[in-house]
Design a protein. Structure first.
Length: 185
């Protein structure tokens, strides 16, 4: 069975999650796939081409697809729950390895920055839609704070078990909801 381009990219994300960016050699990918270099080069002109496609694939699956699914829900509370549920399903290992890789690869750093900006802007939009903010820029500040918490929980990884992670996300939502409730400043 011939591997599709997305199969190679999914394999790349799996290897990145498990072993880090050093596992993304052409030889290593081909060995893991049980395929020849010809199969790899059928889809990618070079390792650099593969990395560019991998970054786009990660961005689509871990940012754009999540946002698109959340946008389909109606009501700010439903959208927030959908965002929490979908983001909880992402593989933290991929995100952590991407951020480590960004420390020594400018293209990866640029992809991380673009995705962070997109995610924060989307959070700001959701927070703004919920209303109740009293100051200019408060939605942006809350979005950054919430995203920083998300990154921190992700960085802690498996040290925080699933039930506790859910409780912490619920607590963050309650704090945000309390801040967004009508108040007199």
């Amino acid at each position: 069975m011939r591997l599709k381009k997305t199969d190679w990219l999914d394999l790349g994300l799996q290897r990145l999650a498990a072993e880090g960016p050093d596992a993304l050699t052409i030889d290593g990918l081909c060995a893991a796939a049980g395929r020849t270099k010809g199969s790899f080069y059928h889809h990618f002109a070079s390792r650099e081409d593969f990395v560019a496609a991998l970054l786009a694939h990660w961005s689509k699956g871990h940012t754009e697809d999540v946002i698109d699914k959340v946008e389909k829900d109606t009501g700010s509370a439903a959208r927030r729950r959908a965002l929490d549920n979908l983001s909880a399903r992402l593989d933290d290992r991929i995100e952590r390895q991407m951020r480590r890789w960004a420390g020594f690869d400018a293209a990866v750093a640029a992809a991380i920055a673009a995705n962070d900006d997109r995610r924060i802007a989307f959070l700001e939009k959701l927070i703004g839609e919920a209303g109740g903010l009293s100051k200019d820029g408060e939605a942006a500040d809350l979005a950054i704070l919430e995203y920083a918490t998300f990154l921190g929980l992700m960085e802690l990884g498996e040290r925080i078990d699933g039930p506790r992670r859910l409780r912490l996300r619920t607590l963050i939502d309650r704090i945000a909801e309390a801040r967004l409730a009508p108040h007199g400043d």
